[in-house]
Design a protein around this ligand. Structure first.
Ligand code: AMP
Length: 450
């Protein structure tokens, strides 16, 4: 199948050719024809699968081929969970609106409110936005949604996880349902709130599940290393940054403090490093992301902020300095590499504190991973044994009791007299603390290595 089979306007086709895309990706192949018929859609697709064009192309086609319902209202609204992803989507949209009569604007939290009011007064056809700020403008009457034809929710699961349910509901309620089409994209469809929202917002949606979030990303080589403590992790990080062959790397940490500390550390080792953490202003974040995307630094250190949707084509190495708490986040993080057919490496450092997340990731991905090691930097830590659940413990105890009851008890031949004599004494046998059944011993954790 080629892009020609969709029956897209020839101006769109020439832009696609210009971008050098010859074949649609899976999500594009399945989503574009459905979206072009005007039906609602809920689709899952893995990161880097080409989902942005899967909604931009039908949106453009619709705007180019049909008349607007109102003169001033936006015709398409695209919502994303993070500012970074919104900018990314906006960038791709501009490739298509550029040179046409259609205006697209970007409305993000953290940026100048009054400038945005002026931007909205220009009656754009497309708005790409984060939900919080767009809702602010909507409730203040800076624009209306009576003419909205297409509402696109990108990474809906993440928007809901971030607590944007109220904003999404408000935006949905302000737009006319009868005339509107809704396309909802989510990393996973296996998410109760996403399904609840899909029922409320979508009209008999078609469902597409491509490369469910837990399927392996074939182009990414995942490697795991044990680490004893922070110091050890830092040594491993320096080792990999020195030894691995990569264009650009993203290092993920659990906390902002670690982000800053590692950035300083690596700067001292003369690596060109950018650090992205939540307490920066939006302007600073934009600057950092832009300069990293242009290749001005080799390494980006960040918390989960940058893990979703960002299209950083030169990133060929992801290092999880710490593992994320949620398994899906792991998939998103490593999805920063191996994009659009490129090969990538994802290295994860697993210390005692990461162990639980590691086991969850294994069960989420339905795989078990083996560990590699670096000569001279081998860890003492080798993982923790699983804690038994209370239910399992009770079962094990019952089984052990049953076993014991089958063994004929050894009855020492003692006379009543002897027994009383023992009873009156210190009773060494009868008072001894009961030995733990084997199941209990197994359930104990191996202590963390120093
Ligand atoms: P996305 O999943 O939308 O973030 O897209 C990931 C990357 O794939 C972006 O760099 C897109 O420009 C690129 N891409 C999108 N569609 C195609 C295609 N049909 N062929 C090759 N690359 C594509």
């Amino acid at each position: 199948m080629s892009f020609h089979d969709f029956g897209l306007d020839k101006r769109l086709m020439s832009k696609i050719e210009h971008l050098g895309f010859t074949e649609p990706t899976d999500i594009q192949r399945q989503a574009i024809p459905i979206a072009m018929t005007g039906q609602d859609l809920i689709a899952s697709s893995k990161t880097g699968s080409g989902k942005t064009l899967a909604f931009i192309l039908p949106a453009m086609q619709r705007i180019m081929k049909t008349r607007a319902l109102t003169k001033r209202d936006p015709r398409v609204v695209i919502l994303t969970p993070t500012r970074e992803l919104a900018k990314q989507v906006f960038g791709q949209l501009r490739l298509f609106t550029g040179g046409s009569q259609f205006k697209a604007v970007l409305i993000l939290g953290g940026e100048n409110f009054n400038d945005q009011v002026k931007t909205l007064e220009k009656d754009p056809h497309f708005i790409v936005a984060t939900p919080g700020r767009l809702t602010d403008h909507l409730t203040k009457g800076h624009f209306y949604l009576n003419g909205l034809e297409l509402l696109i929710l990108d990474e809906a699961d993440r928007m809901l996880d971030l607590g944007f349910a109220k904003e999404l509901t408000l935006i949905n309620n302000k737009a006319d349902h009868r005339k509107r089409q809704t396309l909802m994209f989510s990393a996973t469809l296996d998410h109760a709130q996403v399904n609840e929202f899909a029922m409320a917002l979508l009209n008999k949606p078609k469902r597409i599940a491509i490369g469910a979030a837990h399927t392996e990303h074939q182009d990414i080589n995942k490697r795991f290393y044990f680490a004893d403590d922070l110091m050890h992790k830092q040594q491993l990080l320096s080792h990999f940054l020195g030894k691995e062959n990569f264009q650009q790397a993203v290092v993920f940490t659990a906390t902002r403090a670690d982000t800053e500390r590692l950035a300083n550390e690596l700067a001292q080792q003369n690596y060109s490093t950018a650090a992205l953490s939540g307490d920066l202003s939006q302007g600073q974040r934009n600057q950092i992301m832009e300069s990293f995307a242009k290749g001005q630094q080799k390494i980006l250190i960040t918390t989960d902020l940058a893990s979703r949707g960002l299209d950083l084509v030169n990133v060929s190495l992801v290092i999880n300095f710490d593992l994320p708490k949620h398994s899906e986040e792991f998939v998103h993080r490593i999805g920063r590499t191996g994009r659009a057919g490129n090969k990538g490496d994802a290295i994860s450092l697993i210390g005692p504190k990461d162990w639980q997340s590691f086991k969850q990731i294994e069960s989420f991905l339905q795989q078990s991973f083996s560990f590699d090691s670096v000569d001279g930097l081998k860890a003492k830590f080798k993982g923790l044994k699983a804690k038994q659940s209370t239910k399992d413990k009770v079962k094990a105890e019952q089984a052990s009791k049953k076993k014991q009851s089958k063994v004929k008890p050894h009855k020492p031949k003692v006379s009543k007299k002897t027994f009383f004599a023992q009873d009156a004494g210190d009773m060494p046998v009868l008072k001894r603390k009961k030995a733990l059944p084997p199941s209990e011993i197994d359930s104990e954790e191996i202590p963390e290595a120093e």
